[in-house]
Design a protein around this ligand. Structure first.
Ligand code: C2E
Ligand code: CA
Ligand code: CA
Length: 509
């Protein structure tokens, strides 16, 4: 039998089965009984009248004894139900020797609200479902995070689970049309697989484990995948950082600045470094500011953090000057509360003097909130005073607050640090490109310099430079690093630049 004959046979069989199972079958029974009586008499009538219902019975699919598993749920589904479901599949997996996994997929990107938002969310869920089996569960949790609870499977292991995570990620990162335009997201994945969980783990613990893995993935930038490991995450699961411990770390040198380089797009040279606070914790490892800033705030020690970072940043810059590294500037982040302290100006002046640095070597990074209450707020007054002193002012996270343009009226800004949300995938998204071009055009007309934050790919780097953005910073250039690594990085960058072909030196033969 040829392949096409086989296909026709299969299709014919399927058609007969559909005819026998659908509601139309009921209409055929009297017609067939009448035809049987007409052509074959009473004997055939009895056979058809009894045989046909029996044939329908045996060809129909088995009745479902349990309710089908809900294949996706609404955002408002209580988290308890998800935990119960995870608990059930964990139990099933353990009793059958199979493996199960829970994935949290965080979609990072601009999300529309209202109707287009719903359309987009449904489209993402549909795309995710296309990668799953009927028995797997998928749905939105709150915010921009999707969850997948994978049904127990004997063939699932860590490699297969990570491969599945990559498949989900690639599928969700495909552009999706909603509300008349295309949307792009980058997706971080946190994954908890039952083989890496303790034997007493319940549904709540499994969800927590996936959450910890997701948290770690998101700290690693766009499109990261992390798997929960009891050993690695054990320390993180402990209670929130106590303010007293954070304050003590400030005093004993546990918190220090790390530095992330910034490049000039025109020359490729280093135009500065941003000082970002890091806590080297003796048991928890390296802690990012998102985790310890709240503790310092509770301990009313934010201004001490400012002093500590300012001191070390100025000291390091002076040392790099001595070593001949030629680094133009260092940027320090100050919160609104720190800026509201009128003694800050004096502290900045004294620190600069101590290390023999002119004020224009220091960039003060402030957010739009500082200008929210107008030019006369304490914080805005400090910014004006720092600017008069000669420090450069960077407006951080530009575009994320409602006050973006008011900020430009209320404080003297030297440079806009354009938030990563306007930079992400700019090389691949036309609408994103237009928005960034508009921001850069406005800055140029106002005579303000620009820096694109969070540049992760070569494509993003090339496009922001092409659009006229004057500086770039991001993982694509370098991740934040300890001060001790800066000299090597700077020398490496100079060597990379020296290797680049120079225009004008190329001669035609
Ligand atoms: P920020 O000032 O917007 O700093 C940029 C953040 O983006 C840093 O996170 C940096 O590591 C991260 N980043 C850099 N390049 C990329 C990239 O390509 N992709 C992605 N996804 N992220 C990138 P970090 O160091 O965790 O700091 C977070 C925030 O904490 C900072 O945001 C700043 O607001 C605050 N912060 C950091 N250090 C200090 C400090 O000394 N004082 C105060 N008051 N706040 C600080
Ligand atoms: Ca900053
Ligand atoms: Ca920023």
């Amino acid at each position: 039998m040829s392949f096409s004959q086989l296909q026709w046979g299969v299709r014919g069989g399927r058609l007969i089965k559909q005819l026998l199972n659908g509601p139309q079958a009921v209409a055929f029974v009297p017609a067939l009984a009448l035809a049987a009586f007409w052509f074959g008499g009473e004997g055939l009538l009895v056979i058809v009248a009894l045989g046909l219902p029996m044939l329908m019975f045996f060809s129909s699919p088995p009745a479902q004894t349990t309710a089908p598993i809900s294949h996706g749920f609404l955002p408002e589904l209580p988290i308890k139900n998800l935990e119960q479901h995870l608990e059930q599949i964990l139990g099933d997996a353990r009793s059958t020797g199979a493996v199960t996994a829970c994935y949290l997929l965080h979609l990072d990107g601009p999300f529309p609200t209202a109707a287009a938002g719903e359309e987009l969310r449904s489209a993402y869920l549909r795309n995710l479902r296309s990668c799953l089996r009927q028995s797997d569960l998928a749905g939105w949790t709150n915010g921009n995070t999707l969850v997948v609870a994978m049904a127990p499977n004997r063939r699932l292991d860590l490699d297969a689970a990570i491969q599945a995570a990559r498949r989900f990620q690639t599928t969700l990162e495909d552009p999706v049309a909603a509300g008349g335009r295309l949307w792009h997201v980058s997706v971080c994945v946190g994954l908890a697989i039952s083989t890496r969980l303790a034997s007493h783990t319940d549904g709540t613990d499994m969800l927590n484990a996936a959450q910890l893995a997701l948290q770690e993935a998101r700290q690693n930038g766009a499109s990261a995948i992390r798997t929960y490991s009891a050993k690695r995450h054990k320390t993180q699961q402990k209670s929130a950082l106590p303010p007293s411990e954070a304050v003590a770390a400030l005093e004993n040198g546990g918190i220090r600045p790390w530095y992330q380089p910034q490049l000039c797009t025109e020359t490729g040279r280093i135009s500065g470094l941003e000082a970002l606070a890091r806590w080297s914790h003796p048991t928890r490892g390296l802690i990012a500011p998102a985790e310890f800033l709240p503790a310092l705030q509770r301990g009313a020690a934010l201004s001490r953090l400012g002093d500590c970072i300012l001191y070390h940043a100025c000291r390091d810059l002076a040392q790099w000057d001595k070593a001949g590294l030629n680094l133009p500037q260092v940027g320090v982040n100050f919160s609104e509360d720190e800026l509201a302290d009128p003694r800050l100006i004096e502290r900045v002046r004294t620190t600069l003097d101590k290390f023999g640095l002119s004020p224009d070597r220091l960039r003060i990074e402030v957010t739009e909130n500082v200008a929210l209450s107008g030019a006369v707020s304490d914080a805005a007054r400090s910014v004006t005073a720092l600017s008069k002193l000669g420090c450069k002012i960077d407006l951080d996270d530009f575009g994320t607050g409602a006050t973006a343009l008011t900020a430009l009226q209320n404080i003297n800004v030297d440079r806009l640090k354009i938030d990563r949300s306007f930079v992400r995938r700019v090389d691949r998204d036309e609408a994103q490109r237009r928005l960034l071009a508009a921001i850069l055009g406005m800055a140029e007309r106002l005579g303000i310099e620009t820096l694109a934050e969070g540049v992760e790919s070569h494509g993003e780097h090339a496009l922001v430079a092409q659009l006229g953005c004057t500086h770039v910073q991001g993982f694509g250039i370098a991740r934040p690093m300890p001060g001790a690594q800066i000299p090597d990085w700077v020398n490496g960058q100079q060597a990379r630049l020296a290797k680049l072909p120079r225009l004008g030196l190329v001669r035609r033969s």
